[in-house]
Design a protein around this ligand. Structure first.
Ligand code: AMP
Length: 482
């Protein structure tokens, strides 16, 4: 649709390690554990304390680093890496991170997860100062801001740059003499720190990557923090204290791996509680509970435990099909889903079924699965979604910026039920989501960003404000209509 602002950065995975001879291999392993956060490209920058060395490419991590030589040329005892998830149309090697900045006084590399809401404004300002951009991505702007900062020392330049950015950002920065990490003032994107037995320090998107490299969890990086790791150890500072934790609820619902823990909450347990709560909020008589593999399995277990209806493996996911969600056309997305999912007929035939999924975005997956279950002889299909109705776009780094594509923005719950062809449809309430995640935080947002469901954005939207206002008007018009 016209006037829609579409960014090129979305949910991604970042990893950094300081102080071990095996830094590059461990970065590879850590990124491997974060592959679910993006499949479009991957890159690693190593640091031998004189120079930074980079290798990056398009595709899955294992494809990018298929040739073992590529890891070997990345020498040094520290490294950072990046796993990229981007929207269709931005497939260029130039957008693959880490980005390198090599001017006379500073050599550094950055990896970013999130989306800046003032990127257009910053780009205009930086262009006016003569900055030549190396990519189409908002992510590089942090590096550009550091380069143009007039502060004297490097740490102050980082603080200065961080204070200029708005939106969701979790950055790891590798300079030749230190590694840094920065979290946005709302901590929208997760970032954790750990330590290995050899004393090396790891900072990365999720605890599952800490586990992968046998690093012991130390702490979550808090909103507004600037962490510095160097030969003297770890220094925890702030670039701003004007902060309020509102971590992205979609991390708990869909993005993070179930074995990760975010701000003290196990993702798997949170999903089970979401499933249990939706069972209480939308009970139904049925023979069997199915989960849509793989992201909904925790919630489906929770639904089954709470309702007493047995869980069974009625659906199979072909593990060799990449993500369908970011395919550019509806036809390709539908084909992708059909290649990915199939049913176990003996579990389905003649049964009343509860189908649990973690979310409905465009409705492609649910529509296809409901049909698949009908074709396999299901008697009735009751769809239960372990998150609330997704009506509002995300501007902080999740690929749901187009309200026109959100089925929840355009139809009522009954309308969506008809669109996907289910016998009944029930969503988790927003309170149910907040209670199920159960973050210990007493601010007005309960520590969570739930804007996708209630439109309560925890920050101003800056460059997206005008577009959002137009869309909100339209969303309001469509509220409750089919
Ligand atoms: P859709 O088929 O468009 O309704 O998308 C919903 C499905 O995609 C659900 O089964 C989710 O597991 C998954 N999903 C939800 N949000 C995202 C996202 N931002 N990126 C990729 N997949 C997603």
């Amino acid at each position: 649709m016209a006037n829609e602002v579409k960014s090129l950065n979305d949910e991604c995975g970042v990893f950094g390690i300081w102080g071990t001879p095996d830094a590059t291999r461990l970065t590879y392993d850590g990124l491997h554990a974060l592959q679910h956060r993006g499949q479009e490209g991957a890159g690693i920058v190593s640091n031998d304390h004189n120079q930074l060395h980079r290798y990056r490419g398009l595709g899955l991590l294992a494809q990018v680093f298929e040739d073992p030589q590529t890891l070997e040329i990345l020498n040094g005892n520290s490294a950072i890496g990046h796993i990229r998830y981007a929207t269709a149309g931005s497939h260029s090697i130039n957008n693959i991170q880490p980005f390198l900045f090599e001017n006379i006084s500073n050599h550094f590399a950055i990896s970013h997860n999130g989306n800046l809401t003032n990127a257009d404004t910053l780009k205009r300002e930086l262009s006016a100062k003569g900055v030549q951009f190396q990519s189409d991505s908002d992510s590089e702007l942090f590096g550009d801001l550091i380069e143009v900062s007039e502060m004297d020392n490097f740490t102050d330049k980082i603080k200065d740059a961080a204070n200029r950015m708005r939106g969701g950002f979790a950055y790891i920065l590798m300079a030749t003499d230190a590694m840094y990490a920065v979290s946005d003032p709302n901590g929208l994107r997760p970032l954790v720190m750990g330590k290995r037995a050899d004393g090396s320090v790891v900072i990365c998107s999720e605890t599952c990557a800490l586990d992968q490299v046998r690093a012991e969890f130390i702490r979550d990086i808090q909103p507004g923090e600037l962490i510095k790791v160097d030969g003297d150890g770890i220094k925890i500072g702030h670039y701003t204290t004007d902060t309020e934790l509102t971590v992205c609820s979609m991390e708990y619902i869909y993005f993070a791996r179930p074995d990760s823990v975010i701000h003290g909450v196990s993702v798997h347990e949170a999903r089970k509680r979401m499933g249990a709560r939706v069972a209480r909020e939308h009970p139904v008589k049925a023979d069997v509970v199915l989960g849509v593999p793989n992201s909904s399995l925790s919630a489906a277990i929770g639904y089954a435990n709470e309702s007493g209806i047995p869980y069974d493996m009625g659906m199979i996911k072909n593990q060799y099909v990449a993500r369908t969600f970011i395919e550019p056309t509806q036809k390709k997305r539908e084909r992708g889903v059909s290649m990915k999912l199939s049913v176990v007929k003996s579990v389905i035939e003649g049964k009343d079924i509860v189908l649990v999924d973690d979310s409905i975005v465009r409705g492609t997956t649910s529509r296809y699965i409901v049909q698949l279950l009908r074709d396999a002889g299901a008697k009735s299909i009751h769809v239960r979604i372990a998150s609330p109705d997704l009506k509002f776009p995300c501007f902080y780094g999740i690929d749901i910026q187009k309200p026109s594509e959100l089925i929840g923005a355009n139809y009522s719950v009954d309308g969506i039920r008809d669109q996907i062809g289910a016998d009944s449809l029930g969503y988790l309430s927003v309170d149910g989501l907040i209670d199920s995640i159960g973050l210990k935080c007493d601010n007005q947002y309960h520590g969570l960003c739930t804007a996708y469901f209630d439109g309560k954005y925890p920050t101003p939207l800056y460059d997206y404000e005008a577009m959002y206002k137009r869309e909100a008007k339209r969303l309001h018009l469509y509220e409750g209509m089919d």
